[in-house]
Design a binder for this molecule. Structure first.
Ligand code: GTP
Length: 235
Protein backbone atom coordinates (compact mmCIF):
# COMPACT_ATOMS: atom_id res chain seq x y z
CA UNK A 1 0.00 0.00 0.00
CA UNK A 2 1.26 3.44 -0.90
CA UNK A 3 -0.16 5.09 2.23
CA UNK A 4 -0.05 3.79 5.78
CA UNK A 5 -2.43 6.19 7.53
CA UNK A 6 -5.22 8.01 5.75
CA UNK A 7 -8.08 10.32 6.48
CA UNK A 8 -11.14 9.60 4.36
CA UNK A 9 -13.57 12.47 3.88
CA UNK A 10 -17.06 11.39 2.85
CA UNK A 11 -19.87 13.69 1.89
CA UNK A 12 -23.13 13.53 3.80
CA UNK A 13 -25.10 13.98 0.55
CA UNK A 14 -23.57 10.81 -0.87
CA UNK A 15 -25.23 8.81 1.94
CA UNK A 16 -28.65 9.70 0.50
CA UNK A 17 -28.02 7.33 -2.40
CA UNK A 18 -30.98 7.76 -4.71
CA UNK A 19 -33.12 9.36 -2.00
CA UNK A 20 -33.70 13.08 -1.49
CA UNK A 21 -32.93 13.09 2.22
CA UNK A 22 -31.45 11.00 4.99
CA UNK A 23 -29.47 7.80 4.92
CA UNK A 24 -29.75 5.02 2.35
CA UNK A 25 -28.87 1.74 4.05
CA UNK A 26 -27.57 0.14 0.83
CA UNK A 27 -25.18 3.04 0.30
CA UNK A 28 -24.03 2.77 3.89
CA UNK A 29 -23.21 -0.93 3.58
CA UNK A 30 -21.52 -0.33 0.23
CA UNK A 31 -19.22 2.22 1.89
CA UNK A 32 -18.61 -0.11 4.83
CA UNK A 33 -17.44 -2.91 2.54
CA UNK A 34 -15.15 -0.54 0.59
CA UNK A 35 -13.63 0.62 3.87
CA UNK A 36 -13.31 -2.95 5.14
CA UNK A 37 -11.16 -3.82 2.11
CA UNK A 38 -8.58 -1.22 3.03
CA UNK A 39 -8.68 -1.90 6.77
CA UNK A 40 -8.06 -5.59 6.07
CA UNK A 41 -5.01 -4.67 4.04
CA UNK A 42 -3.51 -2.96 7.09
CA UNK A 43 -4.15 0.71 6.32
CA UNK A 44 -4.95 2.91 9.33
CA UNK A 45 -8.20 4.70 8.61
CA UNK A 46 -9.74 7.82 10.11
CA UNK A 47 -13.00 9.20 8.72
CA UNK A 48 -14.80 12.53 8.68
CA UNK A 49 -18.29 12.59 7.21
CA UNK A 50 -20.41 15.63 6.37
CA UNK A 51 -24.03 16.22 7.36
CA UNK A 52 -25.60 17.81 4.28
CA UNK A 53 -28.06 14.93 3.76
CA UNK A 54 -29.70 15.97 7.04
CA UNK A 55 -29.01 19.63 7.67
CA UNK A 56 -26.93 22.45 6.18
CA UNK A 57 -26.05 25.51 8.27
CA UNK A 58 -25.61 27.74 5.22
CA UNK A 59 -29.12 27.03 3.92
CA UNK A 60 -30.60 27.57 7.35
CA UNK A 61 -29.11 31.07 7.28
CA UNK A 62 -30.83 31.75 3.96
CA UNK A 63 -34.09 30.78 5.68
CA UNK A 64 -33.49 33.45 8.35
CA UNK A 65 -31.81 31.37 11.04
CA UNK A 66 -28.72 32.63 12.80
CA UNK A 67 -25.68 31.13 11.01
CA UNK A 68 -23.99 30.01 14.22
CA UNK A 69 -27.13 28.20 15.36
CA UNK A 70 -27.49 26.54 11.97
CA UNK A 71 -23.85 25.43 11.98
CA UNK A 72 -24.24 23.74 15.37
CA UNK A 73 -27.28 21.90 14.01
CA UNK A 74 -25.10 20.84 11.07
CA UNK A 75 -22.51 19.47 13.51
CA UNK A 76 -25.21 17.36 15.14
CA UNK A 77 -26.18 16.11 11.67
CA UNK A 78 -22.60 14.86 11.19
CA UNK A 79 -22.94 12.93 14.45
CA UNK A 80 -26.02 11.12 13.14
CA UNK A 81 -24.10 10.13 9.99
CA UNK A 82 -21.05 9.17 12.04
CA UNK A 83 -23.13 6.90 14.27
CA UNK A 84 -24.79 5.31 11.23
CA UNK A 85 -21.41 4.70 9.63
CA UNK A 86 -20.01 3.33 12.88
CA UNK A 87 -22.87 0.82 13.09
CA UNK A 88 -22.39 -0.22 9.45
CA UNK A 89 -18.65 -0.70 9.92
CA UNK A 90 -19.16 -2.75 13.06
CA UNK A 91 -21.70 -4.95 11.24
CA UNK A 92 -18.98 -5.56 8.68
CA UNK A 93 -16.72 -6.73 11.51
CA UNK A 94 -14.51 -3.65 11.83
CA UNK A 95 -13.48 -2.25 15.20
CA UNK A 96 -14.35 1.42 15.44
CA UNK A 97 -14.19 4.34 17.83
CA UNK A 98 -16.26 7.49 17.48
CA UNK A 99 -14.87 10.77 18.81
CA UNK A 100 -16.88 13.97 18.95
CA UNK A 101 -15.64 17.55 18.85
CA UNK A 102 -18.65 18.53 20.98
CA UNK A 103 -18.92 16.67 24.24
CA UNK A 104 -21.70 14.07 24.19
CA UNK A 105 -20.15 11.42 26.32
CA UNK A 106 -23.15 9.08 26.35
CA UNK A 107 -22.66 8.33 22.66
CA UNK A 108 -19.05 9.16 21.78
CA UNK A 109 -15.61 9.62 23.24
CA UNK A 110 -14.45 13.20 23.36
CA UNK A 111 -11.86 14.10 20.75
CA UNK A 112 -8.46 13.37 22.29
CA UNK A 113 -5.69 13.41 19.69
CA UNK A 114 -3.34 10.99 21.42
CA UNK A 115 -6.14 8.55 22.04
CA UNK A 116 -7.23 8.71 18.40
CA UNK A 117 -3.67 7.85 17.35
CA UNK A 118 -3.59 4.92 19.78
CA UNK A 119 -6.86 3.58 18.30
CA UNK A 120 -5.38 3.84 14.80
CA UNK A 121 -2.26 1.99 15.89
CA UNK A 122 -4.56 -0.79 17.10
CA UNK A 123 -6.24 -0.89 13.67
CA UNK A 124 -9.48 0.61 14.86
CA UNK A 125 -11.25 2.92 12.45
CA UNK A 126 -11.65 6.31 14.12
CA UNK A 127 -14.59 8.46 13.09
CA UNK A 128 -14.38 12.15 13.97
CA UNK A 129 -17.86 13.64 14.42
CA UNK A 130 -19.24 17.14 15.02
CA UNK A 131 -16.84 18.87 12.64
CA UNK A 132 -14.24 21.01 14.39
CA UNK A 133 -16.79 21.90 17.06
CA UNK A 134 -16.84 25.48 15.78
CA UNK A 135 -19.31 27.33 13.59
CA UNK A 136 -18.06 28.81 10.27
CA UNK A 137 -15.84 25.80 9.60
CA UNK A 138 -16.86 23.13 7.11
CA UNK A 139 -16.40 19.40 7.50
CA UNK A 140 -13.66 19.71 4.85
CA UNK A 141 -11.82 21.92 7.35
CA UNK A 142 -12.45 19.36 10.08
CA UNK A 143 -11.02 16.68 7.79
CA UNK A 144 -7.87 18.72 7.04
CA UNK A 145 -7.36 19.64 10.67
CA UNK A 146 -7.78 16.11 12.00
CA UNK A 147 -5.64 14.65 9.19
CA UNK A 148 -2.79 16.96 10.16
CA UNK A 149 -3.24 16.30 13.87
CA UNK A 150 -3.02 12.52 13.45
CA UNK A 151 -0.13 12.79 10.94
CA UNK A 152 -2.09 11.19 8.11
CA UNK A 153 -0.10 10.58 4.92
CA UNK A 154 -2.92 11.78 2.70
CA UNK A 155 -6.49 13.00 2.76
CA UNK A 156 -8.84 11.14 0.43
CA UNK A 157 -11.86 13.11 -0.62
CA UNK A 158 -14.54 10.72 -1.84
CA UNK A 159 -16.99 12.44 -4.18
CA UNK A 160 -19.31 11.61 -7.06
CA UNK A 161 -16.87 12.87 -9.71
CA UNK A 162 -13.73 11.01 -10.60
CA UNK A 163 -11.25 13.81 -10.00
CA UNK A 164 -10.49 17.49 -10.57
CA UNK A 165 -11.37 18.92 -13.99
CA UNK A 166 -10.37 22.15 -15.74
CA UNK A 167 -14.10 23.05 -15.84
CA UNK A 168 -17.36 21.48 -14.72
CA UNK A 169 -17.46 18.21 -16.72
CA UNK A 170 -21.27 18.17 -16.58
CA UNK A 171 -21.47 21.57 -18.29
CA UNK A 172 -18.36 21.74 -20.47
CA UNK A 173 -17.52 18.81 -22.74
CA UNK A 174 -14.00 20.17 -23.30
CA UNK A 175 -13.20 19.89 -19.59
CA UNK A 176 -10.05 17.84 -19.02
CA UNK A 177 -9.23 15.81 -15.94
CA UNK A 178 -5.94 16.32 -14.11
CA UNK A 179 -4.03 13.31 -12.80
CA UNK A 180 -1.74 15.50 -10.71
CA UNK A 181 -1.99 19.19 -9.95
CA UNK A 182 -0.12 21.49 -7.56
CA UNK A 183 -1.72 23.55 -4.82
CA UNK A 184 -0.58 26.73 -6.60
CA UNK A 185 -2.21 25.68 -9.87
CA UNK A 186 -5.50 25.05 -8.06
CA UNK A 187 -5.34 28.61 -6.67
CA UNK A 188 -4.30 30.09 -10.03
CA UNK A 189 -7.06 28.33 -11.96
CA UNK A 190 -9.60 28.93 -9.20
CA UNK A 191 -10.62 25.26 -9.16
CA UNK A 192 -12.99 23.96 -6.54
CA UNK A 193 -11.38 21.18 -4.50
CA UNK A 194 -12.27 22.07 -0.92
CA UNK A 195 -13.13 25.38 0.68
CA UNK A 196 -10.15 27.71 0.93
CA UNK A 197 -9.60 27.29 4.68
CA UNK A 198 -9.39 23.51 4.37
CA UNK A 199 -7.31 23.67 1.22
CA UNK A 200 -4.79 26.16 2.63
CA UNK A 201 -4.37 24.08 5.77
CA UNK A 202 -3.38 21.11 3.58
CA UNK A 203 -1.00 23.20 1.48
CA UNK A 204 0.75 24.76 4.45
CA UNK A 205 1.22 21.40 6.11
CA UNK A 206 2.28 19.62 2.95
CA UNK A 207 -0.62 17.17 3.12
CA UNK A 208 -1.56 15.74 -0.29
CA UNK A 209 -5.25 15.56 -1.23
CA UNK A 210 -6.66 12.90 -3.54
CA UNK A 211 -10.10 13.56 -5.02
CA UNK A 212 -11.72 10.40 -6.36
CA UNK A 213 -15.05 8.78 -7.14
CA UNK A 214 -16.13 6.90 -4.02
CA UNK A 215 -19.24 5.52 -5.73
CA UNK A 216 -17.32 3.17 -8.02
CA UNK A 217 -16.71 -0.04 -6.07
CA UNK A 218 -13.02 -0.92 -5.82
CA UNK A 219 -11.80 2.64 -6.31
CA UNK A 220 -10.80 3.22 -2.69
CA UNK A 221 -8.35 0.32 -2.59
CA UNK A 222 -6.98 1.31 -6.01
CA UNK A 223 -6.17 4.77 -4.68
CA UNK A 224 -4.29 3.21 -1.78
CA UNK A 225 -2.36 0.95 -4.09
CA UNK A 226 -1.21 4.06 -5.92
CA UNK A 227 -3.16 3.31 -9.10
CA UNK A 228 -4.08 6.20 -11.32
CA UNK A 229 -7.53 6.89 -9.91
CA UNK A 230 -8.79 10.43 -9.30
CA UNK A 231 -6.59 13.52 -9.02
CA UNK A 232 -3.80 14.14 -6.57
CA UNK A 233 -3.04 17.65 -5.33
CA UNK A 234 0.43 18.07 -3.87
CA UNK A 235 3.21 20.61 -3.51
P1 GTP B 1 -7.59 0.93 24.84
O1 GTP B 1 -7.20 1.98 25.81
O2 GTP B 1 -6.62 0.81 23.73
O3 GTP B 1 -7.99 -0.36 25.42
O4 GTP B 1 -8.86 1.55 24.08
P2 GTP B 1 -10.38 1.38 24.37
O5 GTP B 1 -11.09 2.37 23.50
O6 GTP B 1 -10.83 -0.03 24.22
O7 GTP B 1 -10.47 1.82 25.86
P3 GTP B 1 -11.62 2.10 26.86
O8 GTP B 1 -11.64 0.95 27.80
O9 GTP B 1 -11.38 3.46 27.35
O10 GTP B 1 -12.94 2.13 25.98
C1 GTP B 1 -13.82 1.06 25.88
C2 GTP B 1 -15.05 1.52 25.14
O11 GTP B 1 -15.64 2.62 25.80
C3 GTP B 1 -14.78 1.97 23.71
O12 GTP B 1 -15.85 1.55 22.89
C4 GTP B 1 -14.77 3.48 23.81
O13 GTP B 1 -15.16 4.12 22.59
C5 GTP B 1 -15.79 3.70 24.89
N1 GTP B 1 -15.55 4.97 25.58
C6 GTP B 1 -14.42 5.40 26.18
N2 GTP B 1 -14.58 6.64 26.66
C7 GTP B 1 -15.85 7.01 26.38
C8 GTP B 1 -16.63 8.18 26.60
O14 GTP B 1 -16.20 9.16 27.17
N3 GTP B 1 -17.92 8.13 26.15
C9 GTP B 1 -18.42 7.06 25.49
N4 GTP B 1 -19.68 7.13 25.05
N5 GTP B 1 -17.72 5.97 25.26
C10 GTP B 1 -16.45 5.93 25.69
Amino acid sequence: MKYKRILLKLSGEALMGSNQYGIDSDKLSEYASEIKNIVDSGVEVAIVIGGGNIFRGVQAEEGGMDRTHGDYMGMLATMINSMALQAALESAGINTRLQSAIEMKEIAEPFVRRRAVRHLEKNRVVIFGAGTGNPFFTTDSAASLRAIEINADVILKGTRVDGIYSADPEKDEKAIKYDTISFDEVYAKNLKVMDMTAFTLCKENNLPIIVFDMDTPGNLIKVLKGENVGTIVKN
